[in-house]
Design a protein around this ligand. Sequence first.
Ligand code: GAR
Length: 200
Amino acid sequence: MQKNCIILASGNGSNALNLIGKFYGRKNNGSSSINIVAVVSNVPNAPVVEKVRKNEPELPVFVIPFTHLSERDRFERELDDIIGKYNIDFIILAGFMRILSKEFVSKFSRKIINIHPSLLPAFKGRDSIKRAYGYGVKYTGVTVHYVTPEVDSGEIICQEVVKIEDNDDIDSLEAKVHSIEHKIYPIALKSIIGDVVYKS
Ligand code: GAR
């Protein structure tokens, strides 16, 4: 039985596009239990909005502005309406850079999944790749986890390590982290929404 999923994204959209490429409509062809049915961005001019509309003109993309905390209630109300309208089973955060309220997160317990560009619990929050690089750690990585009211603290679904080589700079490290994200997020999602066992 297919599960309807909505993607929330705020930025460039590389993870969103990667997931759409695997789990949307005709590409998915009913072969996966994951079915992406809509995308929501809180940032009107985020590249993800234009990229998804260009690549998949029939996939609904909603923009619900949410920059300041004062906009969160309205954002969550409108998101809730979309979730109801599209019978959403899972909410997939793909570079969504806002914190959802405790009430909203509790309502969708174990139904909201996030990808974070570090080995949590290290480097929670923003600019995690830059901070890991700046700290001088030798290994960083990627974590996929359930979203709970405490930021970047929910149960870990899977992690993969990225080694920081002496000749890495911030650009090469970001590229390595993103490429691991694109590899493990689809697998992690299948492992909880579908029937694939994740092995790192
Ligand atoms: C990704 O690296 C994702 O892990 C990170 O934002 C980037 C979005 O890139 N998310 C967070 O930092 C969440 N705390 P993308 O827009 O190209 O997918």
